[in-house]
Design a binder for this molecule. Structure first.
Ligand code: NAD
Ligand code: DAU
Length: 339
Protein backbone atom coordinates (compact mmCIF):
# COMPACT_ATOMS: atom_id res chain seq x y z
CA UNK A 1 0.00 0.00 0.00
CA UNK A 2 1.22 3.51 -0.80
CA UNK A 3 2.41 5.32 2.33
CA UNK A 4 3.89 8.63 3.39
CA UNK A 5 6.92 8.14 5.60
CA UNK A 6 8.67 10.83 7.61
CA UNK A 7 12.40 10.15 7.89
CA UNK A 8 14.31 12.38 10.31
CA UNK A 9 18.06 12.78 9.78
CA UNK A 10 17.74 11.53 6.20
CA UNK A 11 20.64 13.69 4.98
CA UNK A 12 23.10 11.96 7.32
CA UNK A 13 25.01 8.73 6.84
CA UNK A 14 22.50 5.97 7.69
CA UNK A 15 19.44 8.11 6.97
CA UNK A 16 20.50 8.86 3.39
CA UNK A 17 21.34 5.19 2.79
CA UNK A 18 17.86 4.31 4.13
CA UNK A 19 16.19 6.85 1.82
CA UNK A 20 18.05 5.38 -1.18
CA UNK A 21 17.02 1.86 -0.14
CA UNK A 22 13.36 2.90 0.23
CA UNK A 23 13.42 4.49 -3.21
CA UNK A 24 14.57 1.16 -4.69
CA UNK A 25 12.31 -1.22 -2.77
CA UNK A 26 9.21 0.92 -1.98
CA UNK A 27 9.00 3.11 -5.10
CA UNK A 28 5.39 4.16 -4.49
CA UNK A 29 6.03 5.58 -0.99
CA UNK A 30 6.34 9.32 -0.49
CA UNK A 31 9.39 10.16 1.61
CA UNK A 32 9.40 13.34 3.68
CA UNK A 33 13.00 13.89 4.73
CA UNK A 34 13.24 16.21 7.76
CA UNK A 35 16.79 17.26 8.57
CA UNK A 36 18.45 20.31 10.15
CA UNK A 37 21.60 19.93 8.00
CA UNK A 38 24.05 20.13 10.89
CA UNK A 39 27.73 19.55 10.10
CA UNK A 40 26.79 15.86 9.56
CA UNK A 41 23.88 16.45 7.18
CA UNK A 42 24.73 16.78 3.51
CA UNK A 43 22.37 17.32 0.59
CA UNK A 44 25.01 15.88 -1.73
CA UNK A 45 24.08 12.48 -0.24
CA UNK A 46 20.63 12.94 -1.82
CA UNK A 47 21.64 14.40 -5.18
CA UNK A 48 20.26 11.40 -7.10
CA UNK A 49 16.78 12.24 -5.74
CA UNK A 50 16.79 15.93 -6.65
CA UNK A 51 14.17 15.49 -9.36
CA UNK A 52 12.17 12.82 -7.55
CA UNK A 53 8.68 14.16 -6.81
CA UNK A 54 8.18 11.48 -4.12
CA UNK A 55 11.19 12.65 -2.09
CA UNK A 56 10.41 15.90 -0.27
CA UNK A 57 13.23 17.50 1.66
CA UNK A 58 12.28 19.75 4.59
CA UNK A 59 15.03 21.63 6.38
CA UNK A 60 14.05 21.73 10.03
CA UNK A 61 15.19 21.06 13.58
CA UNK A 62 13.48 18.30 15.58
CA UNK A 63 13.77 20.43 18.74
CA UNK A 64 11.57 23.07 17.07
CA UNK A 65 8.04 21.90 17.99
CA UNK A 66 6.31 24.39 15.67
CA UNK A 67 8.38 23.31 12.66
CA UNK A 68 7.79 19.63 13.42
CA UNK A 69 4.05 20.18 13.86
CA UNK A 70 3.85 22.16 10.61
CA UNK A 71 5.60 19.32 8.79
CA UNK A 72 3.11 16.76 10.17
CA UNK A 73 0.15 18.96 9.26
CA UNK A 74 1.38 19.53 5.74
CA UNK A 75 2.45 15.98 4.88
CA UNK A 76 0.39 13.72 7.20
CA UNK A 77 2.84 10.80 7.42
CA UNK A 78 1.54 7.42 8.60
CA UNK A 79 5.06 6.15 9.36
CA UNK A 80 8.03 7.76 11.14
CA UNK A 81 11.63 6.53 11.16
CA UNK A 82 13.74 8.61 13.50
CA UNK A 83 17.46 8.78 12.71
CA UNK A 84 18.19 12.44 13.53
CA UNK A 85 20.76 12.67 16.30
CA UNK A 86 24.11 13.98 17.32
CA UNK A 87 25.99 10.75 16.71
CA UNK A 88 29.71 11.07 17.50
CA UNK A 89 31.04 9.99 20.91
CA UNK A 90 34.19 12.16 20.76
CA UNK A 91 32.12 15.29 20.07
CA UNK A 92 29.89 14.45 23.05
CA UNK A 93 33.00 14.43 25.23
CA UNK A 94 34.02 17.86 23.91
CA UNK A 95 30.49 19.21 24.62
CA UNK A 96 27.29 17.40 25.60
CA UNK A 97 24.55 20.02 25.33
CA UNK A 98 23.73 19.54 21.62
CA UNK A 99 23.40 15.81 22.39
CA UNK A 100 20.90 16.39 25.18
CA UNK A 101 18.93 18.87 23.07
CA UNK A 102 18.65 16.85 19.88
CA UNK A 103 18.71 13.29 21.18
CA UNK A 104 16.53 13.71 24.27
CA UNK A 105 14.40 16.81 23.76
CA UNK A 106 14.14 16.36 19.97
CA UNK A 107 12.92 12.79 20.37
CA UNK A 108 10.17 13.89 22.77
CA UNK A 109 9.08 16.65 20.37
CA UNK A 110 8.74 14.03 17.62
CA UNK A 111 6.87 11.63 19.88
CA UNK A 112 4.40 14.37 20.83
CA UNK A 113 3.76 15.32 17.21
CA UNK A 114 3.48 11.67 16.16
CA UNK A 115 0.98 10.95 18.92
CA UNK A 116 -1.14 13.96 18.01
CA UNK A 117 -1.08 12.84 14.36
CA UNK A 118 -1.92 9.23 15.35
CA UNK A 119 0.91 7.76 13.26
CA UNK A 120 0.66 4.02 12.59
CA UNK A 121 4.33 3.20 13.38
CA UNK A 122 7.17 5.16 14.98
CA UNK A 123 10.58 3.51 14.68
CA UNK A 124 13.32 4.91 16.89
CA UNK A 125 16.85 4.17 15.67
CA UNK A 126 19.06 3.56 18.68
CA UNK A 127 22.42 2.02 19.40
CA UNK A 128 24.09 -0.89 21.20
CA UNK A 129 26.09 1.73 23.16
CA UNK A 130 23.14 2.18 25.53
CA UNK A 131 24.06 -1.19 27.08
CA UNK A 132 27.50 0.02 28.22
CA UNK A 133 30.65 -2.06 27.87
CA UNK A 134 31.36 -5.82 27.83
CA UNK A 135 34.36 -7.73 29.12
CA UNK A 136 36.12 -10.38 27.04
CA UNK A 137 32.99 -12.55 26.75
CA UNK A 138 29.21 -12.20 26.50
CA UNK A 139 26.75 -10.47 24.20
CA UNK A 140 24.19 -7.67 24.60
CA UNK A 141 20.62 -8.98 24.45
CA UNK A 142 17.48 -6.83 24.45
CA UNK A 143 17.21 -7.60 28.20
CA UNK A 144 20.68 -6.25 29.06
CA UNK A 145 20.16 -3.31 31.45
CA UNK A 146 20.89 0.15 30.08
CA UNK A 147 24.27 1.27 31.35
CA UNK A 148 25.42 4.08 29.08
CA UNK A 149 28.91 5.46 29.65
CA UNK A 150 29.41 8.45 27.32
CA UNK A 151 27.34 11.63 27.05
CA UNK A 152 26.32 10.40 23.56
CA UNK A 153 25.12 7.00 24.75
CA UNK A 154 23.50 8.50 27.87
CA UNK A 155 21.46 10.83 25.64
CA UNK A 156 20.47 7.90 23.39
CA UNK A 157 19.48 5.86 26.47
CA UNK A 158 17.36 8.83 27.59
CA UNK A 159 15.61 8.84 24.22
CA UNK A 160 15.06 5.07 24.39
CA UNK A 161 13.31 5.48 27.74
CA UNK A 162 11.10 8.27 26.39
CA UNK A 163 10.09 5.97 23.52
CA UNK A 164 9.40 3.16 25.99
CA UNK A 165 7.31 5.56 28.09
CA UNK A 166 5.28 6.55 25.02
CA UNK A 167 4.33 2.90 24.60
CA UNK A 168 3.53 2.19 28.23
CA UNK A 169 1.76 5.46 29.01
CA UNK A 170 0.16 6.43 25.72
CA UNK A 171 0.04 3.07 23.91
CA UNK A 172 1.88 4.54 20.97
CA UNK A 173 2.89 2.02 18.26
CA UNK A 174 6.63 2.49 18.78
CA UNK A 175 9.55 0.22 17.87
CA UNK A 176 13.18 0.58 18.91
CA UNK A 177 16.22 -0.83 17.13
CA UNK A 178 19.70 -1.01 18.68
CA UNK A 179 22.45 -1.52 16.16
CA UNK A 180 26.20 -2.02 16.28
CA UNK A 181 28.82 0.03 14.37
CA UNK A 182 27.94 0.79 10.76
CA UNK A 183 30.25 1.47 7.82
CA UNK A 184 29.71 2.20 4.14
CA UNK A 185 29.09 5.06 1.66
CA UNK A 186 28.40 8.61 2.92
CA UNK A 187 29.79 8.06 6.43
CA UNK A 188 31.21 11.27 7.87
CA UNK A 189 35.02 10.99 8.14
CA UNK A 190 35.06 11.52 11.92
CA UNK A 191 34.12 7.84 12.48
CA UNK A 192 36.82 5.16 12.57
CA UNK A 193 36.55 3.53 9.11
CA UNK A 194 36.07 6.63 6.89
CA UNK A 195 38.62 8.55 8.96
CA UNK A 196 41.22 5.83 8.44
CA UNK A 197 40.41 5.45 4.72
CA UNK A 198 40.58 9.17 3.96
CA UNK A 199 43.66 9.83 6.14
CA UNK A 200 45.46 6.92 4.44
CA UNK A 201 44.51 8.27 0.99
CA UNK A 202 45.91 11.66 2.03
CA UNK A 203 49.09 10.06 3.43
CA UNK A 204 48.22 11.31 6.94
CA UNK A 205 48.72 9.47 10.25
CA UNK A 206 46.00 7.07 11.40
CA UNK A 207 45.27 7.87 15.08
CA UNK A 208 44.49 4.68 17.04
CA UNK A 209 43.18 5.26 20.57
CA UNK A 210 44.85 3.46 23.50
CA UNK A 211 46.16 -0.03 22.71
CA UNK A 212 43.92 -0.49 19.65
CA UNK A 213 42.32 -3.56 21.24
CA UNK A 214 38.83 -2.13 21.86
CA UNK A 215 36.35 -4.33 20.04
CA UNK A 216 33.34 -3.30 17.95
CA UNK A 217 30.88 -5.35 15.87
CA UNK A 218 30.80 -3.98 12.31
CA UNK A 219 27.72 -4.00 10.07
CA UNK A 220 27.47 -2.78 6.47
CA UNK A 221 25.01 0.12 6.38
CA UNK A 222 22.78 -1.49 3.75
CA UNK A 223 22.17 -4.40 6.13
CA UNK A 224 21.21 -1.98 8.92
CA UNK A 225 18.75 -0.29 6.54
CA UNK A 226 17.08 -3.55 5.47
CA UNK A 227 16.74 -4.49 9.16
CA UNK A 228 15.05 -1.15 9.94
CA UNK A 229 12.57 -1.61 7.11
CA UNK A 230 11.83 -5.15 8.28
CA UNK A 231 11.20 -3.98 11.86
CA UNK A 232 9.08 -1.06 10.61
CA UNK A 233 6.85 -3.38 8.61
CA UNK A 234 6.77 -6.52 10.76
CA UNK A 235 8.02 -5.71 14.28
CA UNK A 236 5.73 -5.88 17.31
CA UNK A 237 4.84 -2.48 18.85
CA UNK A 238 6.66 -1.75 22.11
CA UNK A 239 9.47 -4.17 21.28
CA UNK A 240 13.22 -3.59 21.05
CA UNK A 241 15.27 -5.36 18.35
CA UNK A 242 19.06 -5.68 18.43
CA UNK A 243 20.78 -5.54 15.04
CA UNK A 244 24.34 -6.79 14.56
CA UNK A 245 26.79 -8.11 12.03
CA UNK A 246 28.33 -11.10 13.87
CA UNK A 247 31.59 -9.43 13.00
CA UNK A 248 33.61 -8.48 16.07
CA UNK A 249 37.04 -7.04 15.48
CA UNK A 250 39.63 -5.06 17.47
CA UNK A 251 40.16 -1.55 16.11
CA UNK A 252 43.79 -2.20 15.15
CA UNK A 253 42.68 -5.10 12.93
CA UNK A 254 40.21 -2.78 11.15
CA UNK A 255 42.96 -0.23 10.59
CA UNK A 256 45.39 -2.87 9.24
CA UNK A 257 42.74 -4.16 6.82
CA UNK A 258 42.00 -0.64 5.58
CA UNK A 259 45.71 -0.09 4.94
CA UNK A 260 46.03 -3.40 3.09
CA UNK A 261 42.98 -2.57 0.96
CA UNK A 262 44.48 0.80 0.00
CA UNK A 263 47.99 -0.60 -0.45
CA UNK A 264 49.67 1.61 2.20
CA UNK A 265 52.12 0.53 4.91
CA UNK A 266 51.54 0.25 8.67
CA UNK A 267 54.05 3.05 9.37
CA UNK A 268 51.07 5.42 9.03
CA UNK A 269 49.57 4.01 12.26
CA UNK A 270 50.02 6.25 15.30
CA UNK A 271 48.89 5.15 18.75
CA UNK A 272 47.43 8.17 20.55
CA UNK A 273 45.98 9.00 23.98
CA UNK A 274 42.87 6.96 24.70
CA UNK A 275 39.27 8.26 24.50
CA UNK A 276 38.12 9.10 28.07
CA UNK A 277 35.72 6.42 29.34
CA UNK A 278 36.39 4.34 26.21
CA UNK A 279 34.04 1.31 26.19
CA UNK A 280 36.15 -1.82 25.80
CA UNK A 281 33.93 -4.16 23.86
CA UNK A 282 30.51 -4.22 22.18
CA UNK A 283 28.97 -7.43 20.84
CA UNK A 284 25.38 -8.07 19.83
CA UNK A 285 23.06 -11.02 20.19
CA UNK A 286 20.80 -10.45 17.17
CA UNK A 287 18.95 -13.77 17.48
CA UNK A 288 15.58 -12.10 18.22
CA UNK A 289 15.33 -10.25 14.89
CA UNK A 290 16.61 -13.37 13.08
CA UNK A 291 14.13 -15.67 14.81
CA UNK A 292 11.07 -13.43 14.86
CA UNK A 293 11.46 -11.38 11.68
CA UNK A 294 13.76 -13.54 9.56
CA UNK A 295 16.38 -10.80 9.05
CA UNK A 296 20.06 -11.65 8.62
CA UNK A 297 23.00 -9.57 7.35
CA UNK A 298 23.71 -10.20 3.67
CA UNK A 299 27.19 -8.74 3.52
CA UNK A 300 30.43 -10.01 5.05
CA UNK A 301 33.18 -7.63 6.11
CA UNK A 302 35.44 -9.21 3.48
CA UNK A 303 32.95 -8.19 0.78
CA UNK A 304 31.81 -4.81 2.06
CA UNK A 305 35.07 -3.22 3.26
CA UNK A 306 36.51 -3.26 -0.31
CA UNK A 307 33.23 -1.77 -1.60
CA UNK A 308 33.46 0.98 1.01
CA UNK A 309 37.09 1.77 0.14
CA UNK A 310 36.12 1.89 -3.56
CA UNK A 311 33.32 4.33 -2.75
CA UNK A 312 35.74 6.72 -1.00
CA UNK A 313 38.19 6.37 -3.90
CA UNK A 314 35.45 7.21 -6.40
CA UNK A 315 34.04 10.09 -4.33
CA UNK A 316 37.12 12.11 -3.38
CA UNK A 317 35.27 15.38 -4.06
CA UNK A 318 32.61 14.44 -1.50
CA UNK A 319 35.00 13.78 1.37
CA UNK A 320 37.51 16.46 0.44
CA UNK A 321 34.73 19.06 0.66
CA UNK A 322 33.50 17.55 3.92
CA UNK A 323 37.03 17.61 5.37
CA UNK A 324 37.55 21.31 4.61
CA UNK A 325 36.22 24.22 6.65
CA UNK A 326 34.84 23.52 10.13
CA UNK A 327 36.14 19.92 10.06
CA UNK A 328 39.72 21.22 10.25
CA UNK A 329 38.99 23.00 13.53
CA UNK A 330 37.29 19.89 14.95
CA UNK A 331 40.26 17.74 13.92
CA UNK A 332 42.74 20.08 15.61
CA UNK A 333 40.69 20.17 18.80
CA UNK A 334 40.24 16.40 18.88
CA UNK A 335 43.71 15.19 17.85
CA UNK A 336 46.29 17.92 18.42
CA UNK A 337 48.71 17.04 21.21
CA UNK A 338 47.24 13.54 21.55
CA UNK A 339 50.13 11.62 19.96
P1 NAD B 1 24.96 11.23 11.26
O1 NAD B 1 25.63 12.07 12.30
O2 NAD B 1 25.70 10.84 10.04
O3 NAD B 1 23.62 11.96 10.77
C1 NAD B 1 22.74 12.59 11.66
C2 NAD B 1 21.73 13.39 10.83
O4 NAD B 1 20.80 14.00 11.73
C3 NAD B 1 22.37 14.53 10.02
O5 NAD B 1 21.84 14.57 8.72
C4 NAD B 1 22.00 15.77 10.81
O6 NAD B 1 21.89 16.94 10.00
C5 NAD B 1 20.66 15.37 11.40
N1 NAD B 1 20.35 16.11 12.63
C6 NAD B 1 21.16 16.28 13.71
N2 NAD B 1 20.54 17.06 14.63
C7 NAD B 1 19.30 17.35 14.13
C8 NAD B 1 18.20 18.08 14.60
N3 NAD B 1 18.25 18.70 15.80
N4 NAD B 1 17.09 18.16 13.84
C9 NAD B 1 17.04 17.56 12.63
N5 NAD B 1 18.07 16.87 12.10
C10 NAD B 1 19.19 16.75 12.85
O7 NAD B 1 24.41 9.96 12.05
P2 NAD B 1 24.35 8.42 11.60
O8 NAD B 1 25.66 7.79 11.86
O9 NAD B 1 23.73 8.34 10.28
O10 NAD B 1 23.34 7.87 12.71
C11 NAD B 1 21.93 7.94 12.50
C12 NAD B 1 21.23 7.36 13.71
O11 NAD B 1 21.63 6.00 13.90
C13 NAD B 1 21.54 8.08 15.02
O12 NAD B 1 20.36 8.13 15.77
C14 NAD B 1 22.56 7.17 15.71
O13 NAD B 1 22.47 7.29 17.10
C15 NAD B 1 22.11 5.81 15.22
N6 NAD B 1 23.16 4.78 15.12
C16 NAD B 1 24.32 5.02 14.43
C17 NAD B 1 25.26 4.00 14.28
C18 NAD B 1 26.54 4.22 13.52
O14 NAD B 1 27.39 3.32 13.50
N7 NAD B 1 26.73 5.33 12.84
C19 NAD B 1 25.02 2.76 14.86
C20 NAD B 1 23.85 2.54 15.58
C21 NAD B 1 22.91 3.56 15.68
O1 DAU C 1 28.02 1.03 18.38
C1 DAU C 1 27.22 1.91 17.65
C2 DAU C 1 27.85 3.28 17.67
O2 DAU C 1 28.99 3.21 16.83
C3 DAU C 1 26.90 4.39 17.20
O3 DAU C 1 25.87 4.52 18.12
C4 DAU C 1 27.65 5.73 17.09
O4 DAU C 1 26.80 6.71 16.52
C5 DAU C 1 28.86 5.54 16.20
O5 DAU C 1 29.60 6.75 16.17
C6 DAU C 1 29.73 4.40 16.70
O6 DAU C 1 30.35 4.73 17.95
P1 DAU C 1 31.89 4.35 18.26
O7 DAU C 1 32.39 5.25 19.30
O8 DAU C 1 32.04 2.88 18.47
O9 DAU C 1 32.50 4.69 16.80
P2 DAU C 1 33.83 5.44 16.33
O10 DAU C 1 33.89 5.27 14.85
O11 DAU C 1 33.91 6.82 16.88
O12 DAU C 1 34.96 4.57 17.00
C7 DAU C 1 35.07 3.17 16.76
C8 DAU C 1 36.23 2.66 17.58
O13 DAU C 1 37.44 3.20 17.05
C9 DAU C 1 36.19 3.08 19.04
O14 DAU C 1 36.69 2.03 19.84
C10 DAU C 1 37.13 4.28 19.11
C11 DAU C 1 38.16 3.97 18.03
N1 DAU C 1 38.75 5.15 17.36
C12 DAU C 1 37.91 6.07 16.83
C13 DAU C 1 38.41 7.20 16.22
C14 DAU C 1 37.48 8.25 15.65
C15 DAU C 1 40.12 5.28 17.25
O15 DAU C 1 40.89 4.40 17.70
N2 DAU C 1 40.62 6.39 16.62
C16 DAU C 1 39.83 7.37 16.12
O16 DAU C 1 40.36 8.38 15.58
Amino acid sequence: MSQTILVTGGAGFIGSNFVHLLRRVRPDWTIVNFDALTYAGNLENLRALERDSRHLFVRGDITDAAAVQACFEQHRPQLVVHFAAESHVDRSILGASAFVNTNVLGTQVLLDASRAAKVERFLHVSTDEVYGSLGATGLFTEETPLSANSPYSASKAGSDLLVRAAFHTHHMPVLTTRCSNNYGPYQFPEKLIPLMITNALEGKKLPVYGDGMNVRDWLYVEDHCTAILRVLEAGAPGEVYNIGGNNEMPNIEIVRRVLREIGKGESLIEYVKDRPGHDRRYAIDASKIERELGWRPQWTFEQALPLTVKWYLANRDWWQRVKSGAYQEYYRQQYQGRG
